[in-house]
Design a protein around this ligand. Sequence first.
Ligand SMILES: NC(=O)c1ccc[n+]([C@@H]2O[C@H](COP(=O)([O-])OP(=O)(O)OC[C@H]3O[C@@H](n4cnc5c(N)ncnc54)[C@H](O)[C@@H]3O)[C@@H](O)[C@H]2O)c1
Ligand SMILES: [Zn+2]
Ligand SMILES: [Zn+2]
Length: 351
Amino acid sequence: MKALVYGGPGLKSWTDVPDPAIENPTDVIVRLDTTTICGSDLHILKGDVPAVVPGRILGHEGVGHITEIGSSVTTFKVGDRVLISCIKSCGSCSNCKIGLYSHCLGDEGVSGIGWIFGHLIDGTQAEYVRVPYAENSLYLLPESVTDEEGVMLSDIYPTGFEIGVQYGGVKPGDIVAVIGAGPVGLAAMATTGFYGAARIIAIDLDANRLEKSREFGATDTVLSGTADWKKSVMALTDGAGVDVAIEAVGVPDTFTMATEIVRPGGHVANIGVHGKPVQLHLENLWIHNIWISMGLVNTNTTPMLLKLVESKKLPVKKMATHHFTFDQFLDAYDTFARAAETKALKVIISR
Ligand SMILES: NC(=O)c1ccc[n+]([C@@H]2O[C@H](COP(=O)([O-])OP(=O)(O)OC[C@H]3O[C@@H](n4cnc5c(N)ncnc54)[C@H](O)[C@@H]3O)[C@@H](O)[C@H]2O)c1
Ligand SMILES: [Zn+2]
Ligand SMILES: [Zn+2]
């Protein structure tokens, strides 16, 4: 089969590799119909994730059909159309039992790490993929949900919702600021609406992404490169700050920004993957009664999000901005890597 193979920092190719095979009775093989590229894949290609070794097939998002099942898999059959979750979950370890799939102790990749596809085992940017713990890591896709809608639930929508909105404790009437209007930040904005936020303030450096954010529920936008960005945010509150500040970028500056605009008693929910240490100004913050949360997505809300996609209540389709076929994989990477110029959000790659 063909797959997108990591060759070391800066190196990738769409090339011939052996087909995957069932290794454990709980595995299935999925023939990918649609996949996409995540910002994390770009981090890997920069060499920021040393656990990814040359030869690894990248990708952790996808939709496809089951072509082979392991001997103990009973809830799926060959031919089923499924959504692949970016997180493995064995379903029976102590962390899975409490819904903390991101720390599944199952012995695939590394025990205790849920994100293994395209990281510690071969991923979904391929014609076929082996899916471990298939009964818990796959979701049957209703016919009415298209591939490109489904693939948005592999990673970005559960991430924005669980780590931004749920961990941020959004309540009816809240003023919520989302720093970073990339796919994950937009997913957080779209799902913040579930809890009846009164105002959703999108904050980004990119005017195009701010404009786009209104389609995902933002009521106000603030360009963050300007000297008075903070004054603009405060003017949209009663002067005290926002109830919930969601960080969806992953750099020190934006985490600090979130702590500067949150009101006393409010929440800072960090979604961003950080590669550098962040200064936490406890000398100022301690007295403000602030909650700070962070984490890796669990994808335990995928079934709920899937119902909302099915009933057309989530703006998932608008996230797909560019379309490619498998043999154009390198063009898809190029378009995604130049998102500021190409205005790409999610690039869809299909068979
Ligand atoms: N916690 C998790 O489980 C999890 C899962 C998936 C992704 N992530 C992380 O979420 C983050 C967002 O992902 P994405 O795919 O949307 O990324 P992205 O790079 O597409 O979007 C980031 C956005 O932040 C904006 N930005 C950059 N600097 C800024 C600044 N100073 N002020 C305001 N905006 C700024 C950019 O213009 C861009 O629109 C990344 O760090 C990603 O690794 C976390
Ligand atoms: Zn991802
Ligand atoms: Zn587990």
